[in-house]
Design a binder for this molecule. Sequence first.
Ligand code: GDP
Length: 328
Amino acid sequence: MAETDIADMARRIAAGERRALARAITLVESARADHRADAAALLEALKAGGRQALRIGLSGTPGVGKSTFIEAFGLMLTGQGLRVAVLAVDPSSARSGGSILGDKTRMEQLSRDANAFIRPSPSQTHLGGVARRTREAVALCEAAGFDAVLIETVGVGQSETVVAEMSDLFVLLLAPAGGDELQGVKRGIMEIADLILVNKADGDLKPAATRTCADYAQALRLLRRRAQDPQGFPKAMLVSALTGDGLSEAWAEMTALHEWRCEHGHAQSRRAAQARHWFEEEVRQGLLARLTASAETRDTMRRLGAAVAAGEATPERAAQEMLAKLKS
Ligand code: GDP
């Protein structure tokens, strides 16, 4: 793209033009080298605007009510005059090309809302690729003036960590448990959650939801409180995406936590650490891409791999030889 085209695209995005935003996201999703260069130039051009959205990571296993929640929560926010973007990191799309979160019929009302923007997960061959694209899409939505960016993921594998690395706040959505055990939620996820929302706290499910919420509140108290959190966080709360109960309270907690972190400099240092992380990740990905970029490096990789397998070279020596080839 010519420099003037990039400047024009940046201007349109900053003016909040949805079509320009959608096109820019398509650009950052592309793996083509010239597109990557354009995307980098565009992100650079938009950075000067300095706009910031509240980035909220949201995770939950299929069926807990993520789409119902995002629809109701998103509509509540747009009802308050806020602009809301919804993005997804879907590891299933990385594996199979099919997506759990990409279905366009989800969040039907919100997707028609002029103050909302919904983008399904890009399908990529690996989670790292999906993550990078989504992070760049977050930056684009931010530059387009959205007040809140929700980044949704299903609770499997590494995707929560990836989403937490691009969020200011991380929210875990759970459903009421049948028994009285914690629902096999991995400790690592508990540790990154700022807010646990037990959904479906309505009708017959309310007593179970209340029990589940108490169990998680207890479990959270056992985790060490983080220095960058005010008293009472992380917190477990009841919500119903269906009736809307608890949604405004959940939003109040999110904004209170974020404001507290901003006042104490924690939100800024979290973003700074994230920027560093993504820089290092980008370098790592770039080096990996070089490994497979040419037939020659692919051949060398194969040859050295075979030599190591045959016991003709040590892994260390072969790795050194390979890395020396990547230096130029
Ligand atoms: P997702 O797979 O996490 O996106 O979950 P969905 O939003 O598709 O919801 C899964 C099922 O749970 C659907 O049948 C919803 O109607 C139902 N559901 C979602 N939220 C609530 C809620 O707050 N209360 C009740 N009772 N059902 C809900």
